[in-house]
Each structure stands twice: as structure tokens, then as C-alpha cells.
Design a protein around this ligand. Structure first.
Ligand code: RB5
Length: 146
């Protein structure tokens, strides 16, 4: 893994997939912190997007899961330091790192299974940002945040 630690969080709709991803991370001895939710009980995805976003720095990645991955990624991307990419296939997970220097991966717990989710996580946490022309574009995103 390219960073020291992963923060992972979900709402109720992403809870089951989150727990399975946590087991996968544990199995491969990948350092992570589970920020909740910790039950199936109905909750609000922005709460978890905001909590996780407040923890992310240059040494960490984030994984966020809601039913579709859409709401939780929108909420996370309101944070200045967050580039959250919703990925449902491998090439997006790779390009989100290589071109966008994404630091948070969003997944749809009601859309994808555990095998694909683990594949996306592996790609995301092991793929380097390519820099060069992509750097300027990321700077432009940050310059224009209101
Ligand atoms: C919760 O029912 C669902 O709306 C939420 O998990 C997410 O899919 C929103 O984008």
C-alpha cells in the first residue's frame, strides 16, 4: 500500500460490504480504522462522509460506501482536501489514482459484490499518481473551490 493507513466508513446501505472489506483488509494485514456505521440501523451518509473526510491526510486513503456510492461521494467532495472517486470497475479505480490523485474511493454497496470491491480497493491503494500534466489540473480544482 502507498500510504500508512486506510479510513473506512459507510451508511447502513453500505454496512454489509464495509464489514466484508474490513475482513479483507485484516486478512492481508492492511492498516485501517473503521469509523462506522457499526450496525444495520438506518443512518445518514453525509455524517460518515464528513467524519472520514476530516481524518484524511497525505499518509492515508479513505473508503466510503453507501447504497450507490453517489451520495457519500458528493458529500465527501465538499471537503477541500478530498478527491473522492466513485468506481464500479477497475479502470476507473486505476485512473482515479493515476490522473486524479484521488484519496478516497467510493463504492456502491447495493451495486457491487465483495470480489469486485476488493479488486477495486487493491488497485486504488497500490496505484501511483502520475503527476506531470495532471498536477496542473488538480491545482485548478483546488483554486476554484468556493
Ligand atoms: C440510503 O437508502 C441510500 O439512499 C444511500 O445509501 C445512498 O445510496 C445515497 O446516495
Amino acid at each position: 500500500m502507498l500510504r500508512e493507513k486506510i479510513f473506512i466508513a459507510s451508511d447502513h446501505a453500505g454496512f454489509e460490504l464495509k464489514e466484508k472489506i474490513c475482513s479483507f483488509l485484516e486478512k492481508y494485514d492492511i492498516a485501517f480504522e473503521n469509523l462506522g456505521t457499526h450496525t444495520n440501523e438506518c443512518c445518514d451518509y453525509p455524517d460518515f462522509a464528513h467524519l472520514l473526510s476530516s481524518k484524511i491526510d497525505e499518509k492515508s486513503f479513505g473508503i466510503l460506501i453507501c447504497g450507490t456510492g453517489i451520495g457519500i461521494s458528493i458529500a465527501a467532495n465538499r471537503h477541500k482536501n478530498i478527491r473522492c472517486a466513485l468506481c464500479n470497475e477497475s479502470l476507473s479505480a486505476s485512473l482515479a489514482r493515476r490522473h486524479n490523485d484521488a484519496n478516497v474511493l467510493a463504492l456502491g454497496g447495493r451495486l457491487i459484490g465483495i470480489e469486485l470491491a476488493c479488486e477495486l480497493v487493491k488497485i486504488f491503494i497500490n496505484t501511483k499518481f502520475e503527476g506531470n500534466r495532471h498536477m496542473k489540473r488538480i491545482q485548478k480544482i483546488e483554486e476554484n473551490q468556493c
